[in-house]
Design a protein around this ligand. Structure first.
Ligand code: ZN
Length: 197
């Protein structure tokens, strides 16, 4: 496994509509593994393939955190939150319902910035696992936000495209500052900086 370079706002690949995965090849499995490792090191919740420069419809989510986060405060004290990356191949949203909700979002491609985004509250989505088996799930709360945020990435949309132009410009300024602070001699720097944001 290896760490992949994270693409930040401004990169052309983040504006592209990603292509479906026609077949789950060893290369797709390897990409999913590397994305899982990168996500872990960067302390993110989920990662879409375009964020590591690959315009294909593949997402990795930390299912362990999503399940832990959905527990009550009491239950959370008793259960450990384990990192459990799950690859979603060709994910799609089948239904949006339950009105809209506002939640604060961040993104590994927009380091150092968070903002409240309004989205449908409940989604039903489906995806294939790496064995090609189809799954379907109805989600709300953080999971629903996460799925919508990641599927936006596959369509070339960032969360800062869904907020005011003023806030978007502020975010892009933060991203530029982040890139300037990267140490070209030290590949690990960018991951450490992500961890702080
Ligand atoms: Zn993102």
């Amino acid at each position: 496994m290896s760490l992949l370079k994270l693409q930040v706002a401004g990169a052309a690949v983040l504006k592209k509509k990603a292509a479906p995965v026609p077949e789950i090849t060893p290369a797709i499995r390897a990409l999913a593994d590397d994305m899982a490792e990168t996500l872990n090191v960067a302390h993110g919740l989920a990662l879409a393939a375009p964020q590591v420069g690959e315009p294909v419809r593949l997402v990795v989510v930390d299912r362990g955190y999503l399940e832990w986060e959905a527990l009550s405060e009491e239950e959370r004290k008793k259960v450990r939150c384990d990192y459990r990356p799950e690859p979603l191949v060709n994910p799609e949203i089948l239904k949006r319902e339950g009105g809209e909700e506002e939640l604060e979002e961040g993104c590994l491609s927009v380091p150092g910035y968070r903002a409240v985004v309004r989205r449908p509250r409940i989604v039903t989505y489906r995806w294939q696992n790496l064995d090609g088996k189809m799954h379907e799930k109805r989600a709300e709360g953080l999971e629903a936000v996460c799925i919508q945020h990641e599927l936006d990435h596959l369509d070339g949309v960032l969360f800062i495209d869904r907020i005011s132009r003023l806030k978007r410009n502020l975010a892009l300024g933060k991203v530029r500052k982040f890139v300037e602070e990267l140490d070209p001699e030290d590949d690990e720097t960018e991951y450490r900086l992500y961890g702080k944001s």
